[in-house]
Design a protein around this ligand. Structure first.
Ligand code: NAD
Length: 296
């Protein structure tokens, strides 16, 4: 029989992901801060819970998909939280993007309550969440991963165990470096093309047929051409992830010149008031740098 699932955090990612679990036949009880997201879950056959404690009490599997470390820690360790109210033996699959250190600490503290933990952050964006084609990078006990594999397969098409607790988050940090650098390179190419008098539309088409091709170029092409940056994945979240990257790299002595540069460029974008836009708005930063008036 499929385990009862508690889903905490029904945002841009959590809503469609939880709906894919419902489609796969899992009973899902959800809790999140927005009432309309709970109503959406119920409309898809899920159950609304009035609190984290109420959601997790009967669950065999608990999934968290929250913004950042602070929310994960509050939901896990709070009085109303997961560790205080989940059944011993439950499996907590933490799918938010947080620091590897936070993931390791969560696993350690949960073990004291008899709760098993996998860190299983994702890549593939809102489209991947909707289509169930996410790339899922997991850290934790291999036996717990094998137990979770069928459930994770309902959410993603590439599901890989990467190593012990925290490894999934380390791989996710590497992912965020590659994605940010790729967006920045594409944004610079677009500004260079436009200022050179070359129409970026056919240029991006031909570039995406050669070695410059990327998922970023495919999925963000419209944003690059229209200058509209509706999230998607918000600048403020990517800024958070690049902070995780630079901190984790410092801890292990990895020197990342491009990683640190894109982290700074993302911080600038946020400081200039663009934190709520899609991360494709790195284009705006390049436009500002290339504009005599300092604007678009
Ligand atoms: P979001 O802000 O849209 O959703 C977060 C959800 O968490 C909201 O529904 C909010 O109500 C809920 N929440 C916050 N605090 C809570 C609390 N204390 N108790 C219960 N619920 C709470 O964020 P998102 O875009 O869905 O991203 C979620 C995570 O996934 C982040 O860590 C992000 O970095 C990561 N991620 C996002 C994307 C993307 O494209 N959006 C892609 C890959 C990974």
């Amino acid at each position: 029989m499929l385990p009862r699932v508690a889903w905490i955090g029904l945002g841009i990612m959590g809503s469609p992901m939880s709906e894919n679990l419902l489609k796969a036949g899992y009973p899902v009880t959800g809790f999140t801060l927005e009432q309309h997201k709970l109503d959406r879950l119920a409309a898809h056959g899920g159950h609304r819970a009035p609190s984290v404690a109420a959601a997790v009490g009967e669950a065999g599997v608990i999934i968290t998909m929250l913004p950042a470390d602070a929310q994960v820690e509050a939901v896990a360790y709070g009085e109303d939280g997961i560790l205080a109210h989940a059944r011993p033996g439950a499996l907590l699959i933490e799918m938010s993007t947080v620091a590897p250190r936070t993931a390791r600490e969560l696993a350690r503290r949960a073990a004291e309550f008899g709760i098993r933990v996998l860190d299983a952050p994702v890549s593939g964006g809102e489209a991947g969440a909707v289509e169930g084609t996410l790339s899922i990078m997991a850290g934790g006990d291999p036996a717990d991963f094998e137990e979770a594999r069928p459930l994770l397969a309902a959410l993603g098409s590439t599901v890989v165990h990467c190593g012990p607790h925290g490894s999934g988050q380390t791989v996710k940090a590497a992912n965020q470096l590659i994605v940010a650098a790729n967006i920045q390179a594409c944004a610079e190419a677009v500004v260079f093309l436009a200022k050179s008098g070359v129409d970026p539309a056919p240029a991006l088409e031909v570039l995406n047929g050669g070695l410059a091709a990327s998922a970023v170029l495919t999925r963000k092409k419209r944003d690059f051409l229209t200058g509209e940056h509706t999230p998607g994945f918000r600048v403020e979240l990517h800024h958070k992830d690049l902070g995780i990257l630079t901190e984790a790299a410092r801890e292990v002595g990895a020197v990342l010149p491009v990683g640190n540069l894109v982290a700074t460029l993302m911080a600038a974008l946020r400081a200039q008031g663009d934190g709520g836009l899609d991360h494709s708005a790195l284009l705006r930063g390049v436009q500002r740098l290339s504009s005599p008036a300092g604007g678009r």
